[in-house]
Design a protein around this ligand. Structure first.
Ligand code: AMP
Ligand code: ZN
Ligand code: ZN
Length: 408
């Protein structure tokens, strides 16, 4: 039998067959800071993160899925599936069967379950008779598989950060049938400052410090509510950040007529379709000029991107080299300061795109640094920590067991 299954059965027997109290199993709190690059903790003093590094496990980095954008990555963490297997191939998508475009500002589509394939962890939690509460996580606003977490909130970036923490900790200590075993928290400000000011800015340093203060507040409140000893805490991010500059521009008009294409998602990964009869001409012209970017027909995309086996992936994909920006001459000439600051979306093998993974709690070893892990591994780890039967995913529990204390 597969080692993972054997371990799970053993674990379920120890906990389940002995009819252990539901409350005796540790809870799990998954916290994410959007755009928190793997190395941000070394940029400034972070006393509260440091406490967790000392008491828990830190990874050299969390490898995002490609494209290293927000929605595909949150949903890959939630499902343990690569984009081609859960359908979330970009922040912007077109589905020809549905006849619909997706963008993250389009509420109706964000909440349309048709976009979301696979089984998110909160559904697995609920299917196993446990309770989940999401104070923002991509996907948790849509009734995927006709289900929802016991508690969930529609995304509202204006909700103060401490209020988010208070809400989730309240759900975790309800002392009623609805008390949650699994909670999520999400904060966007580190990503926003990286975009606006670039990774070397004072603003990013201040955002890291603000994140550290929030971790301090979270730990203090968890202590007050007696949650520290019976909660595993995982702090992650969706992707990193890299600086862009007007000196590193790729102008589409230098190679093709922009009227010959329809752009579905924008720089640094242009996902596009060619107008009827134009595909080969557009591809050949872009291929001939290939410098500071790579261009692929969908069927020739490298396997490692895990993107080509989905109908939503369009015919042509152009990927800027790290730090480069691709756009049309019109777009660029209308914006004097474009591009500036930072962005993400680049090749997920680029170190700058790698994210944070830090975990602490009763299940995790103390003071351990581990190699990089892929974000699609986290679903299996979370299911294991919660003692629930995972859905089938692209991850493998064996890749994260080295972080955990011996169970017996
Ligand atoms: P990106 O543009 O890829 O950097 O995405 C980051 C932005 O995603 C954040 O600034 C949030 O405003 C937005 N965001 C995060 N979660 C959600 C959500 N559930 N619904 C809509 N927008 C979201
Ligand atoms: Zn993001
Ligand atoms: Zn971003």
């Amino acid at each position: 039998m597969h080692m993972k299954k054997l371990l799970l059965i053993l674990f379920l027997c120890i906990t389940g067959c002995a009819s252990a109290e539901k409350q005796s199993e540790p809870k799990l709190l998954l916290v994410s800071f959007d755009g928190f690059r793997y190395d941000y903790l070394s940029k400034t003093d972070t006393p509260n993160f440091d406490k967790l590094v000392k008491s828990g496990v830190i990874s050299d980095g969390l490898i995002p899925v490609f494209p290293s954008k927000t929605f595909p990555n949150y949903y890959a963490i939630a499902t343990g599936l690569y984009p081609e297997n859960n359908g979330f191939i970009g922040n912007n998508m077109f589905d020809s069967e549905m006849g619909l475009f997706f963008s993250m500002g389009d509420r109706e589509q964000v909440e349309n379950p048709e976009w979301y394939g696979g089984e998110p962890i909160w559904n697995t939690v609920e299917k196993n008779g446990k309770k989940a509460g999401t104070m923002f996580w991509v996907g948790s606003e849509a009734p995927i598989q006709d289900m929802r977490p016991t508690f969930w909130k529609r995304y509202d970036g204006r909700v103060p950060n401490k209020e988010r923490i208070d809400t989730v900790l309240h759900w975790m200590t309800l002392e009623s049938d609805n008390e949650i075993d699994f909670g999520t928290l999400y904060f966007s400000f580190v990503d926003s400052q990286g975009h606006r000011h670039g990774t070397e800015s004072q603003e990013v340093i201040e955002a890291i410090q603000e994140a550290d203060e929030l971790i301090g507040y979270l730990l203090e409140q968890m202590k007050k509510k007696n949650l520290l000893d019976n909660t595993n805490l995982m702090i992650v991010s969706d992707h990193g950040m890299a600086d862009v500059s007007r000196e590193r521009l790729i102008v589409l008009d230098d190679y093709i007529d922009p009227k010959d294409i329809e752009i579905i998602s924008s720089s640094p990964v242009i996902m596009m379709n060619a107008k009827p009869g134009k595909l080969d001409e557009v591809y050949s012209a872009l291929k001939a000029g290939e410098e500071h970017y790579r261009v692929y027909k969908k069927e020739n995309l490298p396997e490692r991107f895990r993107l080509k086996n989905h109908t939503r992936t369009p015919a042509l994909i152009m990927i800027a080299d790290l730090g480069y920006t691709i756009n049309t001459a019109d777009f660029i000439s209308e914006r004097e300061n474009y591009p500036s600051g930072g962005t993400h979306g680049f090749d997920n093998q680029e170190k700058e795109m790698h994210a944070l993974f830090l975990a602490s709690g009763p299940a995790f070893k103390e003071g351990l640094r581990v190699e990089e892990i892929e974000s699609i591994e986290l679903y299996e780890l979370m299911a294991y920590l919660l003692g629930i039967e995972p859905a089938s995913t692209d991850g493998n529990l064996e890749n994260s067991l080295n972080m955990l204390k011996e169970r017996l």
